[in-house]
Design a protein around this ligand. Sequence first.
Ligand code: F42
Length: 148
Amino acid sequence: MPLEGEYGPSPVQWVRDQVELYESSGGAQGSTLWDTGLPVVILTTRGVKSGKIRKIPLMRVEHGGRYAAVASNGGFPRHPVWYFNVKSDPHVELQDGPERRGMTAREITGNEKAEWWERAVAAYPPYVEYQAKADRVIPVFVLEPAPR
Ligand code: F42
């Protein structure tokens, strides 16, 4: 069931632009982190206060059809706002290249988080320094395909 409602674009221009490029090109453009070649996905969430549709790029961390959403926020001291959206409504959408799917998000801890953290760092090594400087434990969700 696709997330419907009024789209609330990110106030951050380069984030807004990347989402726009990704979606308008069906994932053919805007699907890497700048010129690093590292793949990016688009997470769609529902705003916890506004109910608006919010879309943000995340690093692509995939394993067996499931994905990790790492709330690193560049290592800033506060969780990204989208973290609270997903906590409030775990029904999200993820676009990976041309493929867009309804997913159910679940925050993970313990061994499961350690396993996915390893995959996340393999996909995007800077997560290690983000965690070192963040002064908070960076939360991780696993996103599992929702029943079609
Ligand atoms: N961020 C990550 O956390 N992890 C990543 O792996 C990651 C990768 C990545 C790759 C490419 C790229 O371009 C960006 C990447 N980012 C990554 C950054 C990510 O896209 C987000 O920009 C970042 O995580 C910050 O997310 P945020 O949700 O905190 O964004 C803020 C700036 C934002 O959009 N704020 C809106 C605003 O108007 O200020 C509000 C958005 C919102 O959801 N509002 C809620 C609502 O109800 O609508 C209410 C919020 C409240 O409580 O007031």
